[in-house]
Each structure stands twice: as C-alpha cells, then as structure tokens.
Design a protein around this ligand. Structure first.
Ligand SMILES: Nc1ncnc2c1ncn2[C@@H]1O[C@H](COP(=O)(O)OP(=O)(O)OP(=O)(O)O)[C@@H](O)[C@H]1O
Ligand SMILES: [Mg+2]
Length: 261
C-alpha cells in the first residue's frame, strides 16, 4: 500500500474576517501519529475544519498538500476521496439517514461506479468493526448521531474511521466525554489502524489519551501557530505543569488567538 503525506505550509485562516490561524506548519506522513495540544481557543479545531474545507474558514495564505496535490482546491467530497478523514469535535446529527446507510454510501463514494461494496460484505465488515468497538448493533439502524450520547458519537466516529480506512485522519478531541473503558476501546481502534499507510493528527487536551496512543510527535498550538514540538515527554510535562512554562519560555503573553475588539 502506498503511504500519503499531508503537508500544511504557512497556513493562515480567517473566520468572518478575524485572523485565527497565523502560519501553521506541520507535516504528517503515513505511519506517523502526531498530537496537537494547546489552550482553548487557540485554533486547533479551526485547523481541522479548514483542512476539510468548512465554508466559514477562509484560507488567506499558505498551502495544504496531500502527496503534493493542493487540497484547498478540492471539493469537500474530493478531499474525502483523496484519503482525508475528519472526526469532528462535535459530530453533527443527521436525521433520516441511518448510521449503516451513511457508512455504506461513504464507502461507495470512495469506490468506482460498478464496484460498490456488496451488502453482505458491508454488513460483515460493519458487524466486525462494531464488535471490535463493543458497540450495540442496534446503533447502526439509528439515525446518524441522533440522540447518541457524547461517548456513543465518538465511538461512532471511530467506526467510520475503521471502515473507511483513510490515508490521513484528523481526530478532534476524540477522547472528550469518553468513560475510561470507552477511552481504551477507542484507542484500541485507532491503534489497530497503525501502519505505514496511515497517518494521524490527534487533537487532544489530555495525556490520558496519549497513555494509550503513543504519539511520534507532540505539537503545542498557541495564538494560531505551532509554537513548540517535541516527543511524548512534552505531553507529559504539559499534563504536569500546564502551559505557563511554554509561554514564559517563548515570551508569549496571552494564549488566546486574538482577542475580539
Ligand atoms: N464560526 C466561528 N465564528 C467566529 N469565531 C469563531 C468561529 N469558530 C471559531 N471561532 C473562534 O476561533 C478561535 C479558535 O477556535 P477553535 O475552535 O479553533 O479553538 P480550539 O483550539 O479548537 O479550542 P478548544 O480547545 O476549546 O476546542 C476562537 O477564538 C473561536 O471563538
Ligand atoms: Mg477545538
């Protein structure tokens, strides 16, 4: 299998005229797991949404390349087809579409016409993945995320991840709201995907997720930029000491991206 590289180069993003990202540089290669940490409101979710092409996020400068191809020029469905996957911090509820139908059409959207996955094969794969994630099979017949608990939504994102098998995934606070057992199960699902053709950007606030998913690199985002990069030990120090020492070391006075006037 070929492995992909996601390159984020000097990315600047505005939301409604306000500068949120101010020059993000980050490269994720197949086989690598990167964690992005940072105080609230510093632009982590903005980075994820901008890469996936949320219309509110205006890229004013910089590039996002997937294997050298300009992601920012692709339509949103083309980004998914090219192998990018985003698990959102707040997954949306889709009434009228069952989880199972959604998954099947997402898988087929990645395949050529006439080469759709057979229903039998799909059901087998979905059942296996649901077993692996210890999910209740009834969930697949419920409308996507509708009435799902916080933890159920997150587990469902990992179900999609396991079935779609993207080249590069961005997981935004996939650990939020998970109980301790669910955290282990979700981590197990992500770790199962670890191979040379899968790269992952994990946005998280807590070391506890990184106890289960060992990152190759840990990045700290402040004021709309990656201000520090290290190994797993960086996340451990942040957990123990917070962000003040980073701000002091770098002479950053306020971690907020840019206060609104
Ligand atoms: N749709 C929007 N309209 C206006 N401002 C926005 C919008 N989305 C995000 N922002 C602002 O952009 C900044 C960065 O938000 P973002 O969600 O990227 O932060 P974050 O680092 O993910 O924070 P958290 O850790 O709390 O999830 C914040 O100041 C936020 O208020
Ligand atoms: Mg966020």
């Amino acid at each position: 299998m070929v492995s992909s590289t996601l390159e984020i180069k000097d990315l600047h993003v505005d939301i409604e005229g306000e500068k949120i990202l101010k020059g993000v540089n980050l490269t994720v290669k197949g086989g690598e797991f990167h964690a992005v940490m940072g105080p609230n409101g510093t632009g982590k979710s903005t980075l994820a949404s901008a890469i996936m092409g949320h219309p509110k996020y205006e890229v004013t400068q910089g590039e996002v390349l997937l294997d050298g191809e300009n992601v920012l020029e692709m339509e949103i469905d083309e980004r998914a087809k090219a192998g990018l996957f985003l698990a959102m911090q707040y997954p949306s509820e889709v009434s009228g579409v069952t989880t199972s139908d959604f998954l099947r059409s997402s898988i087929n959207a990645h395949r050529e016409e006439g080469d759709e996955i057979s229903l039998m094969k799909f059901i087998k794969e979905m059942d296996d993945a649901m077993d692996y994630l210890e999910m209740d099979k009834n969930m697949s017949q419920r409308y996507l995320n509708e009435g799902f608990s916080g933890g159920e939504k997150k587990r469902n994102e990992i179900l999609q991840l396991m079935m779609l098998k993207p080249q590069i995934a961005i997981l935004d606070e996939i650990d939020s709201g998970l109980d301790i057992d669910a955290l282990k199960i979700v981590s197990k699902g992500i770790n199962k995907l670890r191979n040379d053709s899968f790269g992952c950007l994990i946005i998280t606030h807590y070391q506890r997720l990184l106890d289960y998913i060992t990152p190759d690199k840990v990045h700290v985002m402040m004021q709309g930029r990656i201000v520090k990069t290290g190994g797993p030990e960086l996340a451990k120090r942040l957990e123990a000491e917070g962000y003040d020492w980073v701000k002091e070391e770098l002479g950053i006075e306020d971690e907020i991206a840019e206060q609104k006037a």
